[in-house]
Design a protein. Structure first.
Ligand code: ATP
Length: 903
């Protein structure tokens, strides 16, 4: 689907943007420092087209159709048709060709549908951009960006278009996708000489690159295919088609079966010739055998089941980015999860503030900036207390979040932690509106665990710092007490540390604030600014656990899945929240503990530890590395830019849909739409269901193949004529079995899916037991088929064949009910609990009636009408197949209790 490409207006070449001054860029773009107006933006969108890259054309319908013919089996069949034609069997030839085309159509429609599902997913992965329009900050779909838009860039975001930077604070961008440069590049405003190479244009941020640090703003100078990215790469945003481990297992199975088929066919032909049968007949037998052994419908049914699975996962808030993931999800044995927002609600409220002088409780809920400051239950004026006032001022000035009243209520732009602090300051009557812009910033990241802004105040400059309180205390030498700055004595330090612990042990998130008037004449670096600080106090923030998370964790425990909380937060806060959720905090470790351990020690500890706190992205990567050496299938959540490597390394990297950065999303296998831990567990359950179902229909289809094989070879050995002709076998494998197999793929999850241990990812889908069941049932069906043929073939060969053909289908329809569960009899799983299967059974019967009674089908499929008594006989003969399965399952349950799930 080619999309408009954002042609540039007029014919003149675009100017060398990097060589212009900010004023010239503005003039050239007819842009405004307070952003475009909505009307202007819409008009430009009409003129330039949307900000999208021209997508690589999707394979055409014809190409998909033609690709269906690229298989050895199809080639064998076409040769068979040709031979049949030349020896005068034109009808046989036509029938085979029709089936071949039918097969291609079926494969085509299934592949096309899977493709559509993936296309729909791509549409859900839309990128957003934050712009200033009509003087207000807004989040828009990145496709609606136009030249002249004023864009705000922030850490973790993907640069949505080519941007001329007019403002930058510690802004760094990863340009690897564009220039190959692997370390982040600093970005600063200011014009550059004409001809500066792309990689050195520090005043430009290019589409497709990612902001790894700081923030900034700038004007869009090019969109869509006009961007450097669009121009150089013309890249598509296609989600790569990947083969799943399961698909590879299936391929191998197909190849093995193909070889078996050839071997058996050769053997049978030799036997037949020894029996002095006709060469042509033997040729047909050979083709029948090859067709019988290979489950032609299997690959399509697997792909379609996974594609349907993607939609089901989406309903459970798991957006799967790669097809294999849904299958791997079912095998997850460890989930490493963030705390904030995933296990907790990420709705933060400051409930307490502690300064060196006093402790106040803050009332009010949510982001509504109304509440009181209470000391011993009595309201006070927070601004009248110098310590409190200074604390609130600092957390407001060292902050990026903004509070806005929208239709649905008060909303925070920015992170909830910062938002909570803004709300607290506003409750006291402070507002950042009148504050000037900071002159310097050292931004927050999870390794530094703090952030600093420097403001001009009076004649000098003052640094305002907030962050993890123990980190700030370690950098403080003074404290604000009784309205003045005094040295931070050991007693005071200990008292404050005890307060931090007290807050944290109540599950509160604790943030500290400090400030420092900067001495004149020093160079501003992290080390010279964030030192000798004046400690101001602590804020205790509640972030309630998600109620459904506790239930999900319980489910994980019964499902044999380890849950490890990995958080940047305080160890005590983390442990308290963990216990609230039912996770053991015994043996909890911090990032520092982790660093002191060897890999072997860590591996040992990770077997029991459930809480890791104060960790950085590097620690996460190490944890993943060590866990995966134990061959576990690990799911890991992440949201920050730094999480990208860990997300890539995990078997399943899960990015947060709401608070996740673009960088995290792009490195993930799955996006958690609602950031909710419970949704991961729902995804695992769905993954297990899918895998179980694939195992079910694979076995079912193979037992059918064995049945066909036994019937053909058996009849031959008994010296009977060919029992099933190739078209009939194709019809069974592709049409009737295909229908029921697909419906088996929709089987609901067994009641105890989440009560068993994760499967071993190395385990083959066909266990020894599975082979046994396939063989027993297959041989049974094959012998039954020979039996119905035996009684009739001397009287009427066509009718005898029709009986064998229809018989096999009827027996299969009983048999499919056996495969609904390997353990539970029908009365336990409910006869009607998979309506799709019942429909498929009726559908198969109807189709078979068509084949038996409509003359044109008689001609092509070599069938003859059956009597009601014939149908009755088949129905009766097939019944024991189902009854035997039922008796076996009932007996096993009664004798052995719950049978193991895997067989
Ligand atoms: P999780 O890893 O579970 O999401 P987290 O949000 O606490 O938890 P980080 O984002 O790594 O993890 O934050 C680590 C610590 O840094 C926090 O506990 C807090 O003390 C401090 N912190 C968080 N956000 C900010 C911020 N915007 N400015 C300053 N300090 C912050």
């Amino acid at each position: 689907m080619p999309a408009p490409t954002g042609e540039s207006a007029g014919g003149s070449p675009p100017p060398d943007w990097h060589a212009l001054s900010a004023a010239e860029v503005q003039r050239e773009l007819d842009a405004d420092p307070s952003g475009l107006s909505t009307g202007d933006a819409e008009e430009r969108l009409q003129r330039y087209g949307p900000n999208v890259l021209r997508e690589e054309e999707r394979e055409s319908r014809l190409q998909v159709f033609l690709r269906q013919f690229k298989s050895v089996l199809i080639v064998i069949l076409i040769i068979a048709a040709a031979v049949s034609f030349f020896v005068g069997e034109a009808l046989d030839a036509a029938a085979i060709l029709i089936i071949v085309i039918l097969n291609a159509l079926l494969g085509y429609s299934q592949e096309w549908q899977a493709g559509e599902a993936i296309e729909a997913l791509k549409k859900m992965l839309v990128q957003h951009a934050v712009v200033v329009r009509d003087g207000e900050r807004r989040e828009i779909d990145a496709a609606a960006l136009v030249r002249g838009d004023l864009v705000l860039l922030d850490m973790g975001e993907r640069v949505p278009a080519d941007i001329y930077i007019v403002e930058a604070t510690s802004l760094q961008v990863d340009e690897a996708p564009l220039t190959g440069e692997s370390s982040p590049v600093d970005k600063t405003p200011g014009s550059l000489p004409v001809g500066t190479p792309l990689a050195e244009r520090r005043n430009m941020a290019f589409a497709g690159t990612t902001v790894t640090n700081g923030h900034g703003r700038g004007f869009v100078v090019a969109t869509g295919m006009q961007t450097e990215f669009g121009r150089i790469a013309g890249l598509s945003q296609r989600i790569a088609d990947e083969t799943t481990p399961l698909a590879r297992q299936m391929d191998r199975l197909g190849r093995d079966l193909g070889l078996i088929a050839l071997g058996i066919a050769a053997l049978v032909v030799v036997v037949g010739l020894l029996q002095q049968r006709e060469l042509l007949e033997m040729f047909l037998v050979g083709v029948s055998l090859a067709v019988a052994v290979i489950p032609e419908g299997l690959p399509a049914v697997v792909t379609l089941t996974l594609a349907i699975g993607i939609k089901t996962m989406m309903r459970r808030n798991c957006l799967i980015r790669h097809l294999p993931v849904s299958e791997t999800l079912g095998a997850v044995s460890v989930i490493c999860t963030d705390k904030t927002g995933t296990l907790t609600r990420n709705e933060m409220t400051v409930v307490r503030v502690r300064t060196a002088d006093t402790e106040v409780a803050v009332t009010g809920a949510g982001y509504l900036p109304m509440g009181e400051f209470l000391v011993e239950e009595r309201p006070i004026d927070p601004l009248a207390d110098p310590g409190l006032r200074q604390f609130l001022r600092t957390v407001l000035l060292c902050n990026h979040a903004t509070l806005a009243l929208e239709e649905g209520g008060w909303r925070i732009f920015g992170t909830p932690t910062e938002g909570a602090l803004v709300v607290a300051a506003e409750k006291a009557g402070l507002s950042r509106d009148d504050a000037p812009e900071p002159v310097k910033e050292f931004s927050f990241n999870s390794t530094r665990k703090r952030m600093t802004t420097v403001y001009r105040e009076g004649e000098g400059n003052v640094a305002h710092v907030k962050g993890a309180p123990e980190v700030l205390l370690a950098r403080s030498s003074r404290v604000f007490l009784g309205g003045s700055v005094v040295p931070l004595t050991d007693e005071l330090r200990d008292a404050l540390l005890a307060e931090i612990e007290r807050y944290a042990s109540q599950g509160l998130r604790v943030l500290g604030a400090a400030c420092r008037p900067l001495p004149a004449g020093i160079e501003w670096t992290v080390d010279t600014v964030e030192t000798d600080l004046v400690f101001l106090g602590l804020a205790g923030i509640v972030d309630p656990p998600r109620p459904e998370a506790a239930e999900a964790i319980r489910l994980c425990r019964s499902a044999g899945i380890d849950v490890i909380m990995i958080t940047g937060d305080n160890p005590l806060t983390a442990s308290t929240i963990a216990r609230d959720l039912g996770l053991s905090s015994e043996g909890a470790m911090t990032g520092a503990d982790l660093e002191a351990m060897t890999d072997d020690e860590l591996k040992e500890r990770l077997r029991t530890t459930k809480v890791l706190s104060r960790v950085t992205a590097e620690h996460k990567l190490r944890v993943i590395d060590i866990l995966s050496r134990d061959r576990e299938v690990i799911a890991m959540t992440g949201d920050g830019v730094n999480d990208a490597p860990a997300l890539k390394k995990a078997s399943i990297g899960i990015a947060m849909g709401i608070k996740g950065t673009d960088a995290a999303k792009e490195s993930s296998d799955m996006v958690l739409v609602d950031d909710n831990f419970a949704s991961i567990v729902a995804g695992v359950e769905e993954g297990r269901r899918e895998y179980d179902n694939i195992a079910r229909f694979t076995r079912y289809l193979l037992s059918s193949n064995v049945g066909e094989l036994v019937a053909i070879v058996g009849a031959l050995l008994l010296g009977l004529p060919l029992i099933l002709i190739p078209v009939q076998i194709l019809w069974i494998n592709l049409v009737t079995d295909g229908l029921t197999a697909l419906a088996l793929g929709l089987e609901p999850a067994e009641r105890d899916v989440m009560q068993r241990r994760p499967r071993d990812p190395q385990e083959a889908i066909l266990t020894r037991n599975a082979y046994l069941v396939i063989l027993i049932l297959g041989i049974w069906l094959g012998l039954l088929t020979i039996y119905v043929f035996l009684g009739l073939y001397e009287v009427d060969l066509d009718r005898a064949r029709t009986m064998a053909f229809t018989g096999l289908i009827v027996f299969e329809l009983y048999n499919v009910l056996n495969f609904r569960s390997f353990r539970f009899p029908l009365h336990r799983i409910g006869f009607f609990s998979n309506p799709a299967l019942l429909l498929a059974i009726l559908g198969s019967l109807a189709l078979q009636a068509l084949v038996v009674y409509v003359p044109v089908f008689n001609l092509f499929l070599g069938t003859a009408p059956l009597t009601l008594a014939d149908w009755g006989l088949l129905a009766l003969l097939g019944l024991p197949v189902l009854l035997a399965g039922e008796v076996y399952k009932n007996l096993r349950l009664r004798l052995g209790g719950e049978a193991p799930a895997s067989d």
